[in-house]
Design a protein around this ligand. Structure first.
Ligand SMILES: [Zn+2]
Length: 66
């Protein structure tokens, strides 16, 4: 089993690019057993979504002004 450090790095990478099947499997297997990494993944996804929502909002506001 991979370490939590490896898995959290993969989770972060997975937000920006598509992970390979093997990497996704490693993450999946790990979060099944590790609550800390599961929480980390949930929080990362939430932050990413909130950040995207914020930048989209900002962009549409800027579009409206011009
Ligand atoms: Zn872990």
């Amino acid at each position: 089993m991979r370490s939590c450090r490896d898995i959290s790095a993969l989770i972060s990478q997975g937000l920006d690019k598509k992970l390979s099947l093997g990497e996704r499997f490693a993450v999946w297997l790990h979060v099944m057993m590790c609550i800390r990494c599961r929480n980390f993944r949930t929080q990362s996804q939430f932050i990413r979504k909130a950040a995207r929502h914020y930048t989209d909002n900002l962009q549409s506001r800027l579009d409206r002004k011009s």
